[in-house]
Design a protein around this ligand. Structure first.
Ligand code: SF4
Ligand code: SF4
Ligand code: SF4
Length: 277
């Protein structure tokens, strides 16, 4: 199967927020009333009920004027996903199409995936103790439909196709973008095994809250290879210890009861009572 990708062309986004609304619509996520923070940006971040949103940034033009640019913020469906590697319960998987998706019944909401995502994407739903994030519309793309966000984007700021097609399209878009934005660049082709979102950015990624050269935390290997197995052993040892302690305590209590009954002649009383019935 061919790996799929989205092209996110920040130089074309008009901040209409159609993608933000249609994502909620397709995924049946209820609306949330936020607080006005003095910005045109509708919300500050994603949430368990908001899997994609538009972030606003100010860009200074060469003549000193300021212009807005907008970036769609959602899971990047990394080629090498830190969230998946960190998950202790096999609650994340990668489909052949490239979607990094959650396996609902395995997710225990432990939050270990959160610090290992370089893009601050996973959000924990405290109500049902599950992690929530963009699914790449896996239920749509697995049925030959396009992601809901891409389908709604009129200026072509989101495009969807095979990873190779989107990679080639990014190159073409870059040429056009550089006429307006001399520092325009592509982001996502080489980062973390290639992202499922390939961006055309007006300037360096640091200007749009994207990490320059994102890497997986070195502690991830330590966590997965040492702490987790050790943690599992510790849990098993605790369970065995608790079980043994329980048996030992019961045995001790039983011995105590037996001794006290013998001392008080309890058995005899019971035998008498039995006969009396
Ligand atoms: S639908 Fe397209 S143009 Fe509108 S906010 Fe989303 S990415 Fe931008
Ligand atoms: S962006 Fe974060 S949540 Fe999405 S696949 Fe990559 S590591 Fe996982
Ligand atoms: S791919 Fe689907 S779940 Fe992800 S942001 Fe787009 S509409 Fe939302």
């Amino acid at each position: 199967m061919v790996r799929m990708a989205r092209l996110i062309d920040v130089t074309r986004c008009t901040a209409c927020r159609g993608c933000q609304v249609t994502c909620k619509d397709w995924n049946q996520l209820p609306g949330e009333i936020g607080e006005f923070t003095g910005s045109y940006q509708s919300h500050m971040d994603n949430s368990p009920l908001r899997w994609t949103m538009i972030k606003f940034f100010e860009e200074e033009k060469s003549n000193g004027d300021v212009q807005w640019v907008f970036r769609k913020h959602s899971c990047n469906h990394c080629g090498d996903p830190g969230c998946l590697k960190a998950c202790p319960n096999n609650a994340l998987a990668k489909s052949e199409l490239g979607a990094v998706y959650r396996i609902e019944e395995n997710c225990i909401g432990c939050g270990y995936c959160v610090p290992f995502c370089p893009f601050d994407i996973p959000k924990i739903d405290e109500v049902n103790e599950k992690m929530k994030k963009c699914t790449f519309c896996i239920d749509r793309i697995a049925n030959d439909l396009r992601p809901a966000c891409e389908k709604t984007c009129m200026p072509g700021a989101i495009m969807y196709g095979s990873w190779d097609e989107m990679s080639a399209l990014a190159d073409k878009r870059l040429e056009a973008a550089q006429k307006r934005f001399p520092n325009a660049q592509i982001y996502g082709k080489n980062e973390l095994g290639g992202l499922g979102n390939i961006y055309v950015l007006p300037d360096g990624p640091q200007n749009y809250e994207l990490p320059v050269n994102p890497t997986l935390a070195p502690t991830l290997g330590m966590w997965k290879d040492i702490v987790q197995p050790f943690g599992n052993l510790a849990i098993a040892a605790t369970l065995i210890g608790t079980g043994l302690a329980f048996l030992f305590t019961r045995r001790k209590a039983f011995v105590n009861v037996e001794s006290s009954k013998l001392a008080e002649g309890g058995y005899h009383d019971e035998q008498k009572n039995d006969r009396a019935l």
